[in-house]
Design a protein around this ligand. Structure first.
Ligand SMILES: NC(=O)c1ccc[n+]([C@@H]2O[C@H](COP(=O)([O-])OP(=O)(O)OC[C@H]3O[C@@H](n4cnc5c(N)ncnc54)[C@H](OP(=O)(O)O)[C@@H]3O)[C@@H](O)[C@H]2O)c1
Length: 319
């Protein structure tokens, strides 16, 4: 299949490209600048420089492809997330770029469209298992655009294509700047986990998110949750971060740090125990890392540079 990927150079896009190529697809990926072009080429994909906010350029780039995968986001750093202005580009990507990509996919006669989304918009659900079939998103101002992107996917499906929305849990893993920040904070004894210590956070290792992207090329149209098998409580997550950072446990309790995030971070205070059952059944997919405690523990070789990257270890054998 000829697959066009937007966001193929990001935290999930980067591990997705070589997997898509290995699965036998001919992959084109958006690359902004020479370094990203080289990154895309190293993954075995074809780089294309295109501005996602330029509808005509997107249409030209997507022509000839059988499927479009949109993983483009611009999530602000933890420091910038408290300001609504930090989310402007991300909103535009989810509203405008998604619309341009759907228009382009329809014009190209592509049969499939896969759109990145998030599970964080689900309501506070205590310890109840939830998923797209049982919970209705209650987004905040900065996450309403996820529903706009979903509406574009539904437009694609209504026009006869197969539109797939992947609601990902909280990413962690190599290449995630947020993971590097959380581990740095954990080394200082601070837990970047808001809400009640007994509330749940649903996560997904970026490498497992990447295998889900490949699997999404074969599922029926719909909205799916891509999370690991064992959502952790905030306390468990904080302890897992502390352990990965080389501390015995966190010093400051969950909840304090996220207050810096203000109203924008409010939805990260909710307890969300999200089930991956529907995607497992539809795709035959399973995460390698069943819980973030396992995946974080495998993130050895955390750079001694406080701002440095997080490198992967070989990890345990697949379950
Ligand atoms: N579900 C989640 O938990 C979740 C979701 C998204 C992000 N995050 C986290 O947030 C951190 C930062 O996120 P991020 O949004 O920068 O994600 P990212 O995964 O690092 O990058 C997103 C992708 O979108 C592309 N992109 C961004 N703006 C673009 C634009 N205007 N035009 C074309 N492409 C554009 C990027 O291209 P370039 O490489 O050229 O910048 C990149 O390929 C990441 O470390 C990630 O862990 C978490």
């Amino acid at each position: 299949m000829k697959v066009f990927v937007a966001g193929g150079t990001g935290a999930v896009g980067r591990p997705s490209l070589p997997l898509l190529v290995a699965a036998g697809h001919e992959v084109t990926a958006v690359a902004r600048g020479p370094a990203k072009q080289a990154q895309v080429e190293a993954a075995g994909a074809i780089p294309v420089a295109v501005d996602l906010f330029d509808a005509a350029a997107v249409a030209a780039a997507v022509t000839g492809h059988d499927a479009v995968v949109n993983l483009a986001t611009n999530i602000p750093s933890i420091g910038r997330a408290a300001r609504a202005s930090g989310w402007t580009v991300n909103d535009r990507l989810r509203r405008e770029a998604s619309a341009h990509l759907v228009d382009a996919a329809l014009a190209a006669g592509a049969g499939r469209f896969v759109q990145e989304s998030i599970t964080f918009t689900y309501p506070e659900s205590g310890d109840r298992w939830i998923d797209a079939a049982t919970a209705t998103p209650e987004p905040t101002a900065v996450t309403e655009s996820t529903l706009a992107a979903q509406a574009e996917v539904e437009r694609f499906t209504a026009a006869g294509g197969t539109g797939v929305v992947l609601r990902f849990g909280m990413f962690y893993g190599p290449g995630s700047s947020h993971t590097a920040t959380m581990l740095r904070m954990a080394r200082w004894g601070l837990a970047y986990c808001g809400g009640a210590p007994g509330g749940y956070t649903s996560s997904i290792h970026v490498d497992d998110a990447a295998t889900a992207v490949v699997a999404a090329l074969g599922v029926p149209a719909g909205v799916y949750d891509v999370v690991d098998d064992r959502p952790l409580t905030r306390r468990q997550y904080a302890d897992a971060l502390a352990t990965a950072a080389g501390r015995r446990r966190y010093v400051r309790g969950p909840g304090r740090v996220l207050r810096w995030g203000g109203a924008q971070a409010a939805l990260l205070l909710r307890s969300q125990r999200v089930s991956n059952r529907r995607f497992r059944e539809a795709a035959g997919w399973a995460p390698r890392w069943r819980g973030a405690d396992e995946g974080l523990a495998a993130l050895e070789a955390v750079s001694p540079d406080p701002g440095g990257p997080v490198a992967p270890s070989s990890g345990p054998a697949s379950p």
